[in-house]
Design a protein around this ligand. Structure first.
Ligand code: NI
Length: 255
């Protein structure tokens, strides 16, 4: 069984004491691929050294995270551009709009999101979309810039069933993580209506830890519990979930 964690921040300080063990443990448990979204210019070095240490397993993305879009975003976007010229990345991410934490830079968030979508088109890369309290704003922009070759994933999908169908119709995948294991989550009902070929698995480690470890640090090995839950919802085997979702990830990210 080969599972893929399509969204994991393993370079963060939460893993400073045991990063190598955490990654090796995930690989040993069958999570063979880990895709690593960037946050800002300060996270690049840690991300790349991890990917260099595990070149068969860990693949980097490049982008400026919406909660780190501040007054200096033009400078940050320049750095993203420079990195994209310098080496290979599997996606532009994570990018998007976050109106939950702070609305001060909403204008800059919009500009940065559009700018990085343009970079994705230029470099022919998929986009990792972070959306929090901003589904409408995200869809307004995606509608506006839509082209058939622009692909990506709605990371940590938290929209309605209607949003899910709209995203899929436009060519996007839904990123499903620990939230699906939470008792009160509506995601189960949405997943019943969606073909697995539109789903990617992700942990968003160290955040959003699935049951039975909710409240503790999340790690890529816990993809197993997300896959297990989806298998239960869909009434299929976990091997089938692993096979389909890893193939989806390969189709989108071409690693
Ligand atoms: Ni993330």
């Amino acid at each position: 069984m080969i599972l893929t964690d399509t969204h994991t921040h393993l370079y963060l300080e939460h893993f400073d004491n045991d990063r190598h063990e955490v990654v090796q443990n995930a690989i040993d448990k069958g999570i063979h691929y880990m895709l690593i979204p960037n946050i800002d210019s300060k996270s690049v070095d840690g991300m790349l050294s991890l990917c260099d240490e595990f070149p068969e397993n860990c693949f980097p993305m490049m982008g400026l995270h919406p909660t780190d879009v501040k007054t200096n975003c033009q400078k940050e976007l320049k750095i993203v551009e420079q990195w994209l010229e310098k080496r290979k990345f599997v996606a532009i991410g994570e990018i998007g709009i976050d109106l939950y934490w702070d609305k001060t830079f909403v204008k800059e968030q919009n500009i940065s999101f559009r700018h990085q979508i343009a970079l994705a088109k230029k470099h022919k890369l998929p986009i990792i979309i972070h959306s929090r309290e901003s589904m409408k704003e995200i869809f307004d922009i995606l509608d506006d810039v839509h082209t058939s070759d622009l692909k990506g994933v709605l990371h940590c999908f938290s929209g309605t069933e209607k949003d899910a169908h709209k995203a899929i119709e436009m060519g996007y995948y839904l990123g499903i993580g620990g939230v699906v294991t939470f008792k009160n989550s509506n995601l189960k009902n949405i997943l019943r209506e969606i073909d697995l070929k539109h789903i990617l698995l992700e942990t968003d480690a160290p955040f959003l830890t699935p049951t039975p470890f909710r409240g503790k640090r999340n790690e890529s090995a816990y993809i197993y519990y997300i896959a297990e839950k989806i298998a239960e919802i869909k009434g299929i085997s976990i091997d089938e979930v692993a096979e389909i979702t890893t193939q989806n990830a390969k189709n989108l990210f071409k690693f």
